[in-house]
Design a binder for this molecule. Structure first.
Ligand SMILES: [Zn+2]
Ligand SMILES: [Zn+2]
Length: 340
């Protein structure tokens, strides 16, 4: 009995972590729940029940008033009221038109793990994607030059590929796909060796540095990158962070014409602070005949629920579903990336 209720307490704290990430709430709050979950896991079930009754859970390390209340209610077999409120507060909004697009998506093509700057393991991300009904998830951690994000050296990426190989049979029929978010360097070259890019199922290329470079050079830089036979997706093309960092300047006609010509899809990045590209650029990309991919760029399992933000962008710009590559099956997606 004690064991069962302890499991319920751990599950409640883990659900809170998931929802806080879904709600894009501050990292310190997520950390508080992660640490409390660790403490509960390490504490004897009988002691937890005793302390809950005596009101002394907060004497345990990393358990505060909020986490103690969650633990107490979970131990009593109830859904914690904090959790119920959080389920409501963090629900991802979507228009009916966006929901129709979301219903067509079969996977997510941009996600990060603890290998670079994400908060969860490859397995945790994959299981969360599967729980959302996805058929596949592409793991796209950062390339080495992005040191602030703990970008993967060649050697670490090869180790990650081994881990993905090991996980695949356990996760089947769900498909875990390999990938990278490779930095587009200042001269338009890519921050990874061609042979390694060749091995991956999908390559997202993004600008993360020198975002204020003059428009002419930024255009050349991006055109060169999307023309690479290894690049499948142009990630968050303007680099804007809404309210924090302006969009970088480039000539969208050249860049999107190149995307269309070289078969590189334009990412609609769903992160609430990015929502990139903005509508006017989606229109230009559409007019050039580009394909799109609606990706969360999730850094935690709960963020995999962010696709509706991008679906709303696609819906209000009337992007035809057959031009959204992640409406396709994993087999069709990998066939598409392989022919590049
Ligand atoms: Zn990025
Ligand atoms: Zn990313």
């Amino acid at each position: 009995m004690g064991g069962v209720s302890k499991d319920a307490a751990v599950a409640a704290l883990e659900r809170a972590v998931y929802l806080l990430d879904r709600g894009h709430e501050p990292g310190f709050r997520v950390q508080a729940f992660l640490r409390a979950a660790e403490t509960v896991r390490a504490t004897d079930a009988a002691e937890l029940v005793e302390r809950a009754a005596a009101g002394t859970l907060t004497d345990l390390e990393h358990v505060g008033d909020t986490t103690a209340a969650v633990i107490t209610e979970a131990l009593q077999g109830r859904t914690p009221s904090y959790l119920r409120a959080l389920e409501e507060r963090t629900r991802v909004p979507v228009t009916p038109e966006g929901a129709a697009v979301r219903a067509l998506l079969r996977g997510d093509c941009h996600s990060h793990t603890r290998w670079s700057d994400g908060g969860a393991s490859v397995e945790a991300m994959a299981r969360a994607a599967a729980a959302l009904g996805h058929e596949y998830l592409v793991i796209t951690d950062h390339s080495p030059r992005l040191t602030v994000a703990h970008g993967l050296t060649r050697e670490r990426l090869v180790r990650q590929l081994d881990e993905i190989d090991r996980l695949r049979p356990e996760l089947a029929p769900f498909r875990l796909l390999t990938g990278i978010e490779v930095d587009i360097l200042e001269d338009g070259s890519l921050d990874a060796d061609p042979d390694i890019l060749e091995r991956l199922d999908l390559v997202v290329a993004s600008v993360h540095s020198k975002l204020r470079m003059d428009p002419q050079r930024m255009t050349e830089r991006m055109v060169l990158a999307v023309a690479s036979p290894h690049v499948d997706v142009l990630g968050h093309c303007t680099g804007r962070l809404i309210g924090k960092r302006p969009a970088s300047s480039f000539d969208p006609d050249y860049v999107f014409a190149a995307c269309a010509r070289f078969g590189t899809a334009v990412e609609i990045n769903c992160r609430p602070e990015r929502r990139d590209p903005p509508d006017e650029l989606v229109q230009i990309a559409l007019s050039h005949g580009c394909e799109f991919v609606i990706s969360t760029d999730a850094h935690a399992p709960g963020q995999l629920e962010w696709q509706p933000y991008g679906c709303d962008i696609a819906a209000r710009n009337r992007v035809p579903p057959d031009r959204i590559v992640n409406t396709r099956s994993a087999a069709d997606l990998t066939a598409w990336t392989a022919t590049k």
